[in-house]
Design a protein around this ligand. Structure first.
Ligand SMILES: Nc1nc2c(ncn2[C@@H]2O[C@H](COP(=O)(O)OP(=O)(O)O)[C@@H](O)[C@H]2O)c(=O)[nH]1
Ligand SMILES: [Mg+2]
Length: 287
């Protein structure tokens, strides 16, 4: 079991998808796209590794963020290896230092990867030196989760640190997620990519009902894209329903590639005021 941790937008979800050879986790340029722990599975000759993609570690007193950060901290002690992802194109700030001090207190074997080596990064060498100093017990790798550069050697480094045990999943699995969760996540990704500013964080997706038809050829899924305010609802719906149609179209296209059947979506946009302050909903969503 490998926990993947790091600052929001470091590239954790992109890396988990690259390591598992399939889309496990949704990715967007917006920080805090990942809200729950999602498992990606890789099986090959040396064995099986299960990656736990965590929400970005983020310092904030907002309730949603406290749930996310507590979840990350708890995960570190439950796994065999910790994989810490750092964006080599950005300067380390307060948040990066906070993660590093948490990692210094954890006994789990640690692999650090400096990510985005494909992109221009004037401070790359300085970042590498700072990491070696901050986490001297860790193994350091340089990679691009986007292009796959260094990902194979990273995988080998992780296998070298992993203890032996029984495989937990069949070899053909690359995620343990239920279809309902995967569908809602892909819809959320498309909705986040189609909207701007405060809207992406105000979104959540709830599926109401899934029904297989045409002898297993088509899955019909009905649900809601929920936002916090009327004005955000207008943005997600778009003029003449243009944006919600685009979200559904993009999501259906990707879901049809992901599943061995067609997926048809019927999505409504709904206002759910102050959902980010409601404990029972956050507890169900973030786990
Ligand atoms: N150039 C470049 N961009 C990357 C790389 N890995 C991730 N990204 C981008 O960084 C953004 C955040 O990625 P994501 O995987 O969602 O980060 P997470 O918040 O750590 O899970 C997305 O726009 C990715 O396409 C990389 O190796 N190189
Ligand atoms: Mg993520």
């Amino acid at each position: 079991m490998v926990a993947v941790v790091g600052r929001p937008s470091a590239g954790k979800s992109t890396l988990v998808n690259a390591l598992c050879g399939g889309k496990v986790s949704i990715v967007s340029p917006v920080p805090q796209t990942t809200r729950s722990r999602v498992k990606g599975i890789h099986t090959s000759a040396p064995g099986q590794m299960v990656f736990i993609d965590t929400p970005g570690y983020h310092l904030s007193q907002k309730k949603l963020n406290i749930y996310l950060t507590d979840l990350v901290t708890a995960t570190l002690n439950e796994v065999d290896v910790v994989l810490y992802v750092v964006d080599g194109t950005r300067l380390a700030g307060q948040e990066e230092h906070a993660i590093q001090s948490v990692l210094r207190g954890v006994r789990t074997p640690l692999v650090v990867c400096l990510n985005k080596c494909d992109a221009p990064a004037p401070a790359w060498a300085a970042a590498r030196a700072a990491l070696a100093l901050a986490l001297p017990h860790a193994e350091l790798r340089e990679i691009s989760a986007l292009t796959g550069a260094g990902v194979e050697t990273l995988r080998a480094a992780l296998f070298a640190k992993a203890p032996e045990g029984e495989a937990m999943y069949p070899a053909e699995f690359y995620t343990d997620q239920e279809p309902e969760f995967r569908i809602s996540e892909i819809i959320r990704e498309k909705a986040m990519l189609q909207t701007r500013e405060e809207v992406p964080h105000a979104l959540y997706v709830r599926m109401e009902d899934l029904e297989m038809r045409d002898d297993g050829a088509t899955l019909w899924a009905r649900g809601f894209i929920c936002v916090e305010r009327e004005s955000q609802k207008g943005i997600v719906v778009g003029r003449g329903g243009e944006r919600i149609k685009a979200i559904v179209r993009d999501a259906e296209k990707e879901l049809c590639e992901l599943f061995p059947y067609d997926v048809k979506l019927d999505m409504r946009v709904k206002v759910d005021r102050e959902w980010r302050k409601r404990d029972p909903l956050l507890r169900r969503m973030i786990r």
